[in-house]
Design a protein around this ligand. Structure first.
Ligand code: C5P
Length: 230
């Protein structure tokens, strides 16, 4: 796989304070990455108008991890779809009826991927337990008709094995070299993420806090390429 396709697997977490900072990162990165991820911090600060600006240059993952009663989540999915984002997520802990309601609502937006968070990569539960819970929740999400899950790199291969190769795995907790894991628990580098079958790598602070965010993004995509060149 070439560089061009690898950069389309990188999602930069825009965990910044406001639109000005978000636009600065977007402009610095340019087309070195395919996706921008808007999470709670930025969305609460800036709201939907920011999303329509970002979708002009990149694919956008709205990472708000909806977790509420089925009716409320279904309506939130409709609102997300109306914003034109390419990916949105719910928390699989919300249970089967909630996942089914979300899946039903997402059908109106065929270009938007619906993903379920399994276990946060920051969760301190032992790795074996995280794998068990992540697998159970991935099966639940698959049965409810979702497109894939957010999981750690350590669960990606088994989830693919159980739910099928085209069931999407999105993996945060990416670190390389001597980068600090910070609040993340189950971290892996970009090469390992690809080797384990991750479809999308969510990368925040290793890019945001780098001296050159663009160089850091390119370093990550080069490491991803290595995984496919052996
Ligand atoms: O800075 P860092 O690379 O740790 O950022 C990871 C990003 O992925 C954050 O935006 C975080 O909210 C998000 N995320 C996560 N674990 C999940 C789901 C999302 O770390 N299970």
């Amino acid at each position: 796989m070439r560089y061009d396709s690898m950069k389309d697997k990188v999602m930069v977490a825009l965990d910044v304070n406001n639109q000005t900072e978000a636009f600065a990162i977007r402009d610095t990165l340019g087309d070195s990455v395919g996706w921008l991820k808007v999470g709670l911090r930025l969305f609460v600060a800036e709201g939907p108008s920011l999303i329509s600006s970002l979708t002009q240059t990149h694919k956008v993952f709205l990472d708000l991890k909806f977790h509420d009663i089925p009716n409320t989540v279904a309506q939130a999915i409709e609102s997300a779809g109306a914003l034109g984002v390419q990916m949105v997520n719910v928390h699989a802990g919300g249970g089967k009826p909630m996942l089914e309601a979300a899946s039903q609502a997402a059908k109106a937006f065929p270009d938007m991927l619906l993903i379920a968070v399994t276990v946060l990569t920051s969760d301190t539960m032992p790795k074996e337990q995280a794998l068990k819970v992540a697998l159970e929740r991935a099966k639940l999400a698959k049965d409810a008709g979702l497109d894939g899950v957010v999981c750690s790199v350590f669960e990606a291969a088994q989830i693919k094995e159980t739910c099928g190769a085209d069931f999407i795995t999105v993996t945060p907790g990416i670190r390389w070299g001597n980068q600090d894991a910070q609040d993340q628990q189950r971290v892996a580098d970009p090469k390992m993420a690809i080797e384990q079958g991750s479809d999308y790598l969510v990368i925040g602070r290793p890019i945001l806090q780098a001296d050159s965010p663009k160089a850091a993004a390119e370093e990550a995509t080069k490491m991803m390429e290595v995984a496919t060149s052996v």
